[in-house]
Design a protein around this ligand. Structure first.
Ligand code: URP
Ligand code: ZN
Ligand code: ZN
Length: 454
């Protein structure tokens, strides 16, 4: 099967040029000017942008949390391909008492044959034990080369365990992404707020102050320095946390940073809405102040933030209701994978804050490199997977729950204007999205990853 995409503006992390693209047998076959192939289906992409498929390196599909399970599973959640995301890296999770192998098998069962995007797995280590350490080489062999630990929540690791996880992965090359929030501060502040009668969603950000993130980032980076390994700070939300990262980088230490659209675009005033509406925005870390948003945009523009992924972890309004009367019981997380690229395009590229090439770098090339999929993913080089997004930059839409494809029954960006749309999306050469419609759901395959770096 051959496809010739002609006359589009090809955007890579390096350049923006009018070029043709020949796709053959699931791969990029040629990139160049005035390409011809009489056997290929020709697509006129004049006036369109042509991107490598985007990668969302932080999703939680079908994840059990707080006695419930995320609203989106791999079938509904991977409608994210309609927004141009062709590959995601989901957090397979070892539940208490399980081995990593069991966690991985569970995630294959959830995803295999159901995902519309290609998918890979990080492994979230919930219980650090000697037998879990022994499993790490098997994980790497299975293509799971990145791990996550939490410094808060019920499955958090202690500082000693954090040190041991980093040390155990060092010879294997596996990288660890860390949820940085100080659990003690959160528990104590939440208890105090409840004593004072604060029960609604407005208590959520108050119980998780900026300092809780900054302290945990500082601690993580201290431990990583002692072990002498790079680490990933996932979902960075505060200027204070960013300052810790800057101080550490100034010492020559390698640290990778991810943020998410909600920390760039939404702020904590949303928690004060009446009728429990603020629960829709409960996620951890919480939404912050406008000055934090400004600091994150500046860091993104300067290249201090490496990737923008969603941390998509959706719950319906009925599920959020579990926290009526106690904000600490509201399941944390939001939908938003489908609109990630258009949000960054509209509020980053169109506003002049992010060049097109940088959009591709942070949302495609960097996650592919950091997580060991480059140049198979994240590039449009001969031999790369033919994951291609043909983007119409002129289409304007407005986000409404009714035009979203998530199983979640609200849209955090309800009423937001979007510029640009993924018109046609190819996944390994197959046209999966046509005229903005999902034509072939469930075509995604598992991507076993190498050890990566940036
Ligand atoms: O509230 C959130 N973000 N839930 C997802 C789990 C996590 O912390 O990444
Ligand atoms: Zn997290
Ligand atoms: Zn997460």
């Amino acid at each position: 099967m051959k496809t010739l995409i002609r006359g589009g503006t090809l955007v890579t992390e390096e350049s923006t040029r009018v070029q043709d693209l020949l796709l053959e047998n699931g791969r990029v076959a040629q990139v160049g000017e005035s390409l011809t192939d009489p056997e290929a289906e020709a697509i006129d992409a004049a006036g369109r942008l042509v991107f490598p498929g985007f990668i969302d390196a932080h999703t939680h599909m079908d994840l059990p949390v707080c006695g419930t399970v995320t609203a989106d599973d791999f079938a509904s959640g991977t409608a994210a391909i309609l927004g141009g995301t062709t590959c995601l890296v989901d957090f397979a999770t070892q539940e208490a008492g399980e081995t990593l192998a069991q966690g991985l098998a569970n995630w294959h069962e959830k995803a295999d044959g159901r995902s519309s995007c290609d998918y890979a797995f990080h492994m979230a280590i919930s219980q650090w034990r000697p037998d879990v350490r022994e499993e790490l080489p098997d994980m790497i062999r299975a293509g799971v080369t990145s791990f996550k630990v939490y410094l808060t929540y019920g499955n958090m690791v202690s500082d000693r365990e954090l040190y041991e996880v980093l040390l155990a992965l060092k010879p294997l090359g596996g990288i660890v992404g860390v949820h940085c929030e100080n659990d003690g501060i959160i528990q104590a502040t939440a208890a105090r707020l409840k004593e004072q009668g604060v029960t609604g969603p407005e208590g959520h950000p108050l119980s998780r102050p900026d300092e809780a993130e900054a302290e945990a980032i500082h601690r993580l980076l201290t431990v990583a320095r002692l072990v002498d390994v790079p680490v990933v700070v996932v979902h960075l939300s505060t200027e204070k946390g960013l300052e810790e990262i800057r101080r550490t980088r100034a010492m020559g230490q390698k640290v990778y940073v991810e943020t998410c659209p909600q920390y760039l675009l939404l702020d904590d005033s949303l928690y004060a809405q009446p009728d429990f509406r603020g629960a829709r925005y409960v996620c951890s870390p919480p939404l912050r102040k406008k000055r934090d948003q400004a600091a994150l945009w500046e860091a993104l523009a300067k290249g201090e933030i490496d990737t923008v992924s969603t941390d998509r972890c959706s719950f319906t309004l009925a599920q959020k209701d579990a926290g009526r009367g106690d904000f600490s019981k509201i399941p944390g997380g939001m939908p938003g994978a489908e609109e990630r690229v258009s949000l960054l395009y509209t509020y980053g590229v169109e506003t002049g804050r992010l060049p097109l090439t940088e959009l591709v770098r942070r949302l495609s090339a960097n996650p592919a490199k950091l997580y060991g999929m480059y140049p198979r993913k994240g590039a449009l080089l001969p031999g790369s997977d033919a994951d291609v997004v043909i983007w119409n930059p002129d289409v304007e839409t407005v986000i409404h729950r009714e035009n979203r494809h998530s199983a979640c029954d609200y849209a955090p960006y309800e009423g937001w204007r979007l510029k640009g749309r993924a018109e046609t999306v190819f996944l390994r050469g197959e046209k999966i999205v046509e005229d903005g419609e999902l034509r072939r759901p469930g075509t995604g395959i598992y991507i076993a990853r190498e050890v990566g770096s940036l």
